[in-house]
Design a protein around this ligand. Structure first.
Ligand SMILES: *Cc1c(COP(=O)(O)O)cnc(C)c1O
Length: 407
């Protein structure tokens, strides 16, 4: 076990307060709500100020590819919530993952990643990085022996996702971080499913935390966005030059939407987690449902670890229907309230069939290895009344002949 790093940034308020007030930077007009600086560039008082700014001697915004006050407010609020020293926002979650990896790595380096990654993250590790001479190795993230073996070689970066999509596997952050650090690796955690409110990987020694803001942070399905968080020196010296010169900058409008999204994240998440737990329990009582995957349920394979690392089970419930793809399609088509969509973290409840959508491209063999069966569906629980959601699920199970025989 490693010593947990002491956070140099200590938010002085609790999460719900930080979510509303963190990073607030008011203009001389004294606006209540955060201002949206929808501008690509900035002007200088005189030529000398421009020169001083470019020399790094004056504190002045230059160009929104490098920085923008609305974006800064979003970054500082998210960093405060995460307990991270610094943050850079990006145009999408994938831009964040790509920037973190490519900024850090070079030809000849080695990466170890958990196999159960978001589809495009899997593609970056399996296909893009090797093109540039970076060696990549996948492990089963829940198997500590595989981590030990893979990390018995010098390694430059570890990328993992916990809970994972769509099977909600939990990876032991403390143990993997200790192994990774012994191998010399920087640990990058894709924390999208947990959000900074349910799990703070930095407290377990992770070096970099990555978000798709598109999911719970916006939370209302409006904008794409992402963020990378970590130590100030790494963000400023390693990540920032990459972002500044390659341009995955977030639009100030999208950053503003996400900044305002953070204000309601604690209340949204609490309601969504509560509903997800009730839905998981309901599904577990249905005979047509052969398996329910929800970290806060005692029958989850890593329940104890999940409850140690996370403060709640999350907003996604995955479950397997008897009857494979045909049953899953009939069931999804019979839902009248819950929408079919590959997105998640939205106020609207959304359901997807991973084998034919989000995880179609990885192939049948890799799906089998990840436990993604043809009868598996992933439900992202939204903010509707949970009784209406359970009615919709029950009606769809009945309509497709999948309901309990007694009903
Ligand atoms: C959605 C998602 C991403 C990618 O984010 P985008 O904003 O869609 O680019 C990465 N990782 C996980 C776990 C995700 O759910």
């Amino acid at each position: 076990m490693t010593d947990r790093p002491r956070l140099t940034y200590a938010p002085t308020h609790r999460a719900a307060t930080t979510a509303v007030r963190g990073g607030l930077m008011r203009s001389p007009h004294g606006e209540t709500s955060e201002a949206l600086y929808l501008t690509s560039g900035f002007v200088y008082d005189d030529a000398a100020q421009a020169e001083a700014t470019f020399l790094g001697e004056a504190d002045h915004y230059q160009y929104s590819r490098f920085g923008n006050p609305t974006v800064t407010m979003f970054e500082q609020r998210l960093a405060a919530l995460e307990g991270a020293e610094a943050c850079r926002a990006t145009a999408t979650g994938m831009a964040a993952v790509n920037a973190a990896l490519l900024a850090h790595l070079k030809a000849g380096d080695r990466v170890v990643a958990s196999r159960a990654l978001f589809g495009s993250c899997h593609w970056i590790v399996s296909t893009l990085l090797p093109k540039f001479g970076i060696k990549t190795v996948f492990v089963d993230g829940t198997n500590i022996v595989q981590w030990q073996q893979a990390l018995s070689w010098p390694t430059n970066a570890v990328l993992l996702e916990t809970p994972s999509n769509p099977c909600l596997d939990i990876i032991d952050l403390e143990r993997v971080v200790a192994l990774a650090h012994d191998a010399g690796a920087v640990v990058m955690v894709d924390n999208v499913f947990a959000t900074p409110l349910l799990q703070r990987p930095i407290e377990y020694g992770a070096d970099v935390v990555i978000y798709s803001g598109t999911k719970h942070i916006d939370g209302q399905g409006r904008c794409l966005g992402g963020a990378v968080l970590g130590r100030k020196t790494w963000i400023e010296e390693t990540l920032q030059p990459f972002i500044r010169n390659t341009g995955p900058a977030i639009s100030p409008f999208n950053a503003w939407t996400m900044l305002k999204g953070l204000e309601t994240l604690p209340v949204r998440l609490e309601a969504m987690c509560r509903s997800a737990a009730r839905i998981a329990d309901f599904l577990a009582g249905e005979s047509a449902v052969t398996r329910v995957l929800y970290p806060a349920r005692k029958d989850h394979p890593q329940h104890a670890l999940a409850m140690r690392q996370m403060s709640a089970g999350g907003t996604v419930v995955s479950f397997e229907l008897a009857g494979g793809k045909e049953a899953a399609f009939r069931f999804m088509d019979a839902l009248s309230l819950i929408d079919i969509s590959n997105n998640l973290g939205d106020a609207k409840s959304l359901i997807t069939h991973p084998a034919t959508t989000t995880h179609m491209r990885i192939g049948a063999e890799e799906r089998a290895r990840l436990g993604i069966g043809d009868g598996l569906v992933r439900l992202s629980v939204g903010l509707e009344d949970v009784r209406d959601l359970i009615d919709d699920l029950a009606r769809a199970l009945a309509a497709t002949g999948l309901a309990r025989a007694a009903e």
